[in-house]
Write a protein that binds this ligand. Structure first.
Ligand code: GLP
Length: 246
C-alpha cells in the first residue's frame, strides 16, 4: 500500500486527476475491451478531481467517449432529480460537462422495486464490463468505503446497507434537517471494491485522521472497512497533510 502525502487539497486533486487522465489517454479500445472502466465516488472530497477532469475535457486533452463508469452508491428512496441524490451529484459535478455516452453511466437505482435483484444486476454489469480498472474512493469518518459501514464483512458484493448514526450525522450537512437523511443505501460491496485493479483513496482534512490511521496502520478489521485495502496489491491513499497529522 502506498500512502502519498501532499501539502494541499489542490495537490491531492492534481495527482488523482492526472492518474485518471493518463489512464484515459493511454487506453486503446479493442473489441474485447471497448471501455476503460472507472469506479466513481461522491462526497465533497472528489469534487476538485472532477473539476480537473472537466477542465481537461474542455481543453481537449481527454475524451470520455471510451470511458464507462460505475458509481459506488446511492441513497434508497431518493429520485435521480433529488438534489441530494448521487445521480444528481454526478450530473452536476461531472457528467453534464463531459462527452461520456449516457449509456456508459451506471449509478445504483435507489428507487428500484426489487433491491436485491437490482444489486445482483449491478454486480453483473461490472463483471460484464470486464471489472473496474480504477476505483476512485473517498473515505467516511468511520472508515467506510462507499456505504460499507463498520461490521460489513469483506466478501460482500453490491447490497443494501443501513447507514450508521455517525454517517447520517456526517451527511446531514447536505440536508435541511437530519430527519431528511435517508437511513438506507445501495452500495457496491467491499468485495466489489477489492476486485478493482487499482484503487485510489482520497482523504483530505483533519476529520479523516482517525479513519486514515486505522485503515493504513491499524489491524485489518471489519471495524474499519478500509483496513481491508492493506491486502490489496495496487492501492494508494492520497492524502493532504491534515488527514495524516495526528
Ligand atoms: C459518503 C459516501 C462515501 C464518501 C463519504 C465521505 O458517505 N457514501 O462514498 O466517501 O461520504 O464524504 P466526504 O468526501 O464528503 O467526506
Amino acid at each position: 500500500m502506498n500512502i502519498l502525502s501532499f501539502e494541499t487539497v489542490a495537490e491531492v486533486a492534481d495527482y488523482a486527476a492526472k492518474e485518471i487522465m493518463n489512464a484515459i489517454k493511454g487506453f486503446t479500445p479493442t473489441p474485447e475491451k471497448p471501455y476503460l472502466v472507472l469506479g466513481l465516488p461522491t462526497g465533497s472530497t472528489p469534487i476538485p478531481v472532477y473539476e480537473r477532469l472537466i477542465r481537461a475535457y474542455q481543453n481537449e486533452e481527454i475524451s470520455f467517449k471510451n470511458v464507462m463508469t460505475f458509481n459506488m452508491d446511492e441513497y434508497i428512496g431518493l429520485t435521480p432529480d433529488h438534489p441530494q441524490s448521487y445521480h444528481y451529484f454526478m450530473q452536476e459535478n461531472l457528467f453534464k460537462y463531459v462527452d461520456i455516452p449516457p449509456k456508459n453511466i451506471h449509478i445504483p437505482d435507489g428507487m428500484a422495486n426489487n433491491i436485491p435483484a437490482f444489486c445482483l444486476s449491478y454486480e453483473q454489469a461490472i463483471k460484464d464490463a470486464g471489472g473496474i480498472d480504477i476505483q476512485l474512493a473517498g473515505i467516511g469518518e468511520n472508515g467506510h468505503l462507499a456505504f460499507n459501514e463498520p461490521d460489513t464483512t469483506f466478501n460482500t458484493p453490491t447490497h443494501e446497507q443501513a447507514l450508521t448514526q455517525s454517517t447520517i450525522e456526517a451527511n446531514s450537512r447536505f440536508f435541511d434537517k437530519i430527519e431528511d437523511v435517508p437511513t438506507k443505501a445501495i452500495t457496491i460491496g467491499l468485495k466489489t471494491i477489492f476486485e478493482a485493479r487499482r484503487i485510489i483513496v482520497l482523504a483530505t482534512g483533519s476529520k479523516k485522521v482517525e479513519a486514515i490511521h486505522l485503515s493504513t496502520k491499524g489491524p485489518i478489521s471489519v471495524k474499519c472497512p478500509a483496513s481491508m485495502l492493506q491486502n490489496h496489491s495496487n492501492v494508494e491513499f492520497v492524502c493532504d497533510k491534515k488527514a495524516l497529522e495526528r
